[in-house]
Design a protein. Structure first.
Length: 504
């Protein structure tokens, strides 16, 4: 039988044996793998040994204080080579944005094409940075939380100017706040130009305002609705259609700054009084005391402190870290901690990671395509000199980075990602990656170079022995049996393509 067919058949047989196999392995190894699959994007051999040496409690404490964890030198210089990450939102628009139109003169099409390619380089480098951090960073919980919060506050890179701002949005609106106070995170994402463009608040103007009367534009409720339904209160959060309309009126004037603005030219997003609705408002039963920009901030404070928001965020965190359908008791405890600590995300996670539900959920979550591919790269331990094959694989598995069109972000549940076709695609990726078929670049290939040309990079096969050192004692009986009976050349692919590796 051809080796690829043998591997696919073996993996599928393991799947048929049950995607929720019984486990009877040493508890310390299971604990280490469990923590590294939840607080990190899967284990590396180095981190597996580290957590065995210091214990799970100390590892969790370390990850909850990422600022004290030194980052690898390689990650620093790899990120430093990405030029577009060095610019802020205003600079990105000035350097890479559309050229201003000149009256009576049509710019050549080559100019537009060049602009599009430059914008694509921003998205490409932002995606490279995300992947490099996920694979190489020692601050793994921080990277996991970037993934969580970006999906919670999703922005699609293909919406208008958001191809310019997607990296800045993650870098300045998401990343600094992932373990801080929810209120600060909410304020940052709400005021970022990428979010204002994505959810159409740049179009929202009070019809009674000077700008509304002159330009005949009106209210757009899209941002207000998603802000309550997805970002804070939840779909059953107790708000009404009147509250949606009121919040839309509150947020009128929050928009992207003009390219030629004389006021606040250093800001990409501003509050424009000429577009705002200054009439009195009652939001979620509370009369608003402020006006103008402060009125919006008051409304965000109300949303951040709402018990419905505490429950919604508690549910989302429990679903991400514990189970697709988390227990109501756990959600209520997390909501209580959220309310008692004024939305301190770090404190909520401390409670979550100490819960019985967390420790009893081993293997209960199905990896998203992003998590699956990153976990494979981390376990393999092969230098990722070229991120494009891995990013392409994530896209082919249905989860392109920054490519979710809808504001609810990518799902992290089994129902969203598990299907026969998806399983076959994952096995195909595991086979190609394990056999060195993806040119991520680890070794120079002298057979393909010369004295006059740079040596092209090839990727070595994944070492099965390395994977067995990390995962061997925690593999299910069905996977261990398949590995024991398989040819040596297929062991790594079989482990990476197994149901065990697809779960976390």
């Amino acid at each position: 039988m051809h080796c690829r067919h043998y591997l696919a058949a073996a993996c599928l047989l393991i799947c048929l044996a049950g995607l929720r196999p019984s486990y009877a392995q040493p508890v310390p190894d299971r604990q280490a793998i469990h923590v590294l699959n939840r607080l990190a994007f899967g284990p590396t051999l180095e981190e597996f040994r580290h957590i065995q040496a210091i214990g799970v409690d100390r590892y969790i404490a370390e990850q909850l204080s990422p600022e004290a964890i030194p980052e690898p030198f390689e990650l620093g210089w790899r990120l430093g080579a990405l030029e577009t990450l060095k610019y802020n939102a205003v600079q990105l628009r000035q350097l890479f944005g559309p050229l201003p139109a000149i009256r009576g003169f049509k710019l050549p099409s080559e100019f537009a094409k060049a602009r599009d390619e430059r914008a694509r380089s921003i998205v490409r480098e932002a995606a490279q940075a995300r992947l490099l951090r996920a694979v190489l960073s020692r601050r793994q919980l921080q990277e996991v939380m970037v993934d969580f919060w970006f999906n919670h506050f999703n922005v699609f890179a293909g919406k208008e100017l958001d191809d310019l701002w997607i990296g800045d949005y993650e870098q300045r609106a998401i990343r600094p706040f992932v373990l801080g106070r929810f209120r600060d995170l909410l304020f940052a994402v709400t005021k970022h130009p990428a979010m204002l463009v994505y959810l159409d608040n740049t179009l929202s103007t009070s019809p009674a305002s000077p700008a509304g009367r002159n330009n005949k534009v009106g209210l757009n409720e899209n941002f207000a609705r998603e802000l309550m339904e997805l970002h804070t209160l939840g779909v059953d959060g107790g708000y009404t259609e009147d509250d949606v309309a009121t919040l839309a009126r509150v947020l009128t004037g929050w928009r992207v700054n003009r390219l030629d603005a004389r006021e606040y030219p250093e800001h990409a997003a501003v509050f424009e009084r000429a577009r705002h609705d200054f009439s009195p408002k009652v939001f979620l039963g509370q009369p608003l005391r402020s006006s103008g920009k402060a009125e919006g901030e008051e409304a965000l404070d109300i949303l951040a402190k709402s018990p419905a928001t505490a429950r919604h965020i508690g549910f989302k965190l429990a679903q991400y870290f514990v189970a697709d359908e988390p227990s109501p008791a756990l959600v209520e405890r997390l909501a209580g901690r959220f309310a008692a600590t004024d939305g301190d995300i770090r404190e909520v996670l401390k409670l979550l990671f100490a819960s019985n539900e967390f420790w009893e959920s081993y293997g209960g979550k199905y990896k998203t395509p992003y998590h699956f591919v990153v976990a494979a790269a981390r376990a393999a331990g092969i230098p990722v000199n070229n991120t494009r094959p891995l990013l392409a694989a994530i896209g082919q598995l249905g989860m392109p980075v920054f490519g979710c069109v809808t504001p609810d972000g990518y799902k992290n549940t089994e129902a969203a990602w598990l299907s026969p076709d998806a399983t076959t695609r994952r096995i195909g990726f595991a086979t190609a990656f394990a056999q060195g078929g993806l040119p991520i670049g680890g070794l120079a290939d002298p057979a393909r170079g010369s004295l006059d040309t740079p040596l092209p990079l090839r990727t070595p096969p994944v070492e099965a022995a390395r994977l067995q050192q990390i995962l061997g004692s925690t593999l299910s009986p069905s996977t261990r049996q398949a590995v024991a009976e398989a040819p040596q050349a297929l062991l790594a692919a079989l482990i990476l393509g197994s149901p065990d590796f697809m779960r976390r």
